[in-house]
Write a protein that binds this ligand. Structure first.
Ligand code: COI
Length: 356
């Protein structure tokens, strides 16, 4: 349900502070949480519908210690970005895809979810209310984090009786500390992030807690992140903790097919279309770990990581390097087309961007 009066009231209330950029160091944004002005909150009962959401001053939320999300991990999140254009307009990238993915995930996690319209309206209202935190053109983006959680109290294992949809935002720059330089991955072959029939294909919070142990160990050894293999054959590439993976060989770009254990990334899907439009052949299929030995380039995709070139991958103690430590030409080309589209710098023939 659209609520223009609430949105307009908040915007006029905060107009003076949203008109100017926040006073922060826009040159050195990484990917760390920075509190902003407003968050959006909407609640509903287990068998009800989300109806009336509202913007509130950003701050801590209260929750029953017995909440489903705290006790049994009944929660989902999304991630999308808003870019500020030179002409002052603000662009979102395929936000309805996030809304639809949240609805699919909610179904898997036994939660009610906002409609696509409610999701979009809430995202737009939250972005506008926090406009001063959207980085200047070329300096980064406003990362938008929608959450859906079982906020009602449970004790025995069951879906929570009440749900909360919340959106907060934070200005961000590059995800990896390497910035735009290539990242270094290590393949994990003992621990797995997903199993067939499990929840690897939805953006549930537990998938991310499950990869922290291997990620911490990898970082302690100097790697940027971990690449997972399928848990059945321990042979096929799945994804990196926070992003999807692509392998380039000549004119063919291959990526693991979506089959329930891999997150269906919106950047992944977009890069497949962008690559095809640039004349590459793209294959979604089983990609065996041995193919890494022979690849010309490897890169990762995700909302947070955008397109991140991979400089090396280590597997069972052996390291394979790509593009002589630099950014591969294909990764660079796809990064450039995608980000120029997202920032409104080239014609959006696919109709992917949405003005706030
Ligand atoms: C994103 O790319 O937006 C994600 O949700 C991944 C997260 C680990 C930062």
């Amino acid at each position: 349900a659209r609520s223009p009066s609430m949105r307009d009231a908040v915007l006029s209330d905060t107009y003076s502070e949203t008109a100017e950029l926040a006073n922060i160091d826009w040159e050195n944004l990484g990917f760390a949480f920075l509190p902003t002005d407003y968050m959006y909150i909407m609640k509903c009962a287990r068998d009800g519908d989300f109806s009336k959401g509202e913007l509130q001053r950003f701050g801590n939320i209260e929750m029953n210690p017995s909440a489903g999300v705290l006790n049994y991990g009944q929660g989902l999140f999304e991630g999308l970005k808003a870019y500020r254009k030179e002409d002052g307009n603000i662009l979102l990238f395929r936000p309805e895809e996030n809304a639809l993915r949240m609805r699919l995930g909610a179904e898997r996690m036994c939660m009610p979810s906002p409609t696509v319209e409610q999701f979009l309206e809430a995202v737009k209202a939250t972005v506008l209310a926090n406009k001063r935190w959207i980085p200047p053109p070329g300096k980064g983006s406003l990362y938008i984090r929608p959450l859906l959680m079982g906020s009602g109290a449970v004790l025995g294992l069951a879906p929570a009786p009440e749900y909360t949809f919340l959106i907060y935002v934070s200005p961000v720059g590059n995800y990896f500390k390497e910035g735009v330089a290539p990242i270094h991955l290590i393949i994990e072959h003992e621990l797995h992030r997903a199993t067939p029939g499990g929840t690897g294909g939805v953006k549930t919070i537990g998938n991310y807690a499950a990869v922290l142990k291997a990620q911490s160990a990898a970082k302690a050894k100097g790697y940027s992140d971990v690449l997972y293999l399928d848990c059945v054959h321990k042979r096929y590439l799945e994804e990196v903790s926070s992003c999807n993976i692509f392998v380039v060989k000549d004119n063919v770009i291959s990526t693991p097919a979506i089959k329930g254990t891999i997150l269906p990334g919106i950047t992944r899907k977009s890069i497949i279309d962008v690559a095809r439009s640039q004349g590459f052949q793209v294959e979604e299929r089983h990609v065996a770990v041995d193919e890494l030995l022979d690849a010309d380039e490897v890169f990762c995709t995700g909302t947070a990581v955008v397109v991140s070139p991979v400089g090396s991958i280590t597997y069972m103690g052996k390291r394979v390097s790509y593009s002589d430590g630099g950014v591969g030409v294909v990764s660079q080309q796809l990064y450039s087309v995608l980000t120029r589209l997202q920032m409104g710098l080239i014609e959006d023939k696919m109709d992917w961007t949405v003005e706030v």
